[in-house]
Design a protein around this ligand. Sequence first.
Ligand code: ZN
Length: 239
Amino acid sequence: MPKFNVILLFLVLSRIHVAGQPSTLKKDCEAINQINTAITNGTLSKSAAAKQFKTLIKRVKAECHFVAKTPWTFPLASYDYKAIGGTNGSGYSAVGYHYLDGNEHSAHPAHDIFIHDTDQNSLDDRTQKPVDVLAVTNGVVIACENQWQTGSSLRGGKYIWLYHPQLNIVTYYAHNSTILVTPGDVVKQGQKIAEAGRTGFNAYKKRSPTHLHFSAFKLAGDMPMPYNPYTVLTQAKSE
Ligand SMILES: [Zn+2]
């Protein structure tokens, strides 16, 4: 076989190989998703979970080549920081929170951002349409849950975790009605990743007004630690 054809054959075969295999980034994010689910359900020891999480998040960081930007995009389309619950973000309380406690965690290291939905049908009363949940900045999906069913004790319901390597921040979006991404997806700032909803053990209940539960965590020692994003949210661009 002439040398040129050998090279061509090699190139074609290598393209087929790449197209047929999930990327390393995808595989590593899927592995983080599995660990995150195990942490949430309490089915993995905390020490094993921490060790695996740290190894994988470092790899994902090395595999991401996009830049995360500030100011952020506000995580709910057509809303701004004035929709955040509490006075000046007073709904945020991180004391006693540990990521490795999973679904059994205490505290509320988050801001609940309320939509206009008096009839609790997860549609905006003003438009009768779902409210888009947006990535606050460029990131990669490291975990998500889209199998939540009514009656499940899982508090976050249908949720998404994004990792923003350059900011060393993870953001969390919970109680969505629909999830539009999967682990390993690279998302752009302002990209629609979900629709706001009422999924989650407490969020589903009648006494809970429809809201997005939004958290941010700074990685310290490669583990997520609570970080209050209130000021960043007040400066975020509303879409
Ligand atoms: Zn909340």
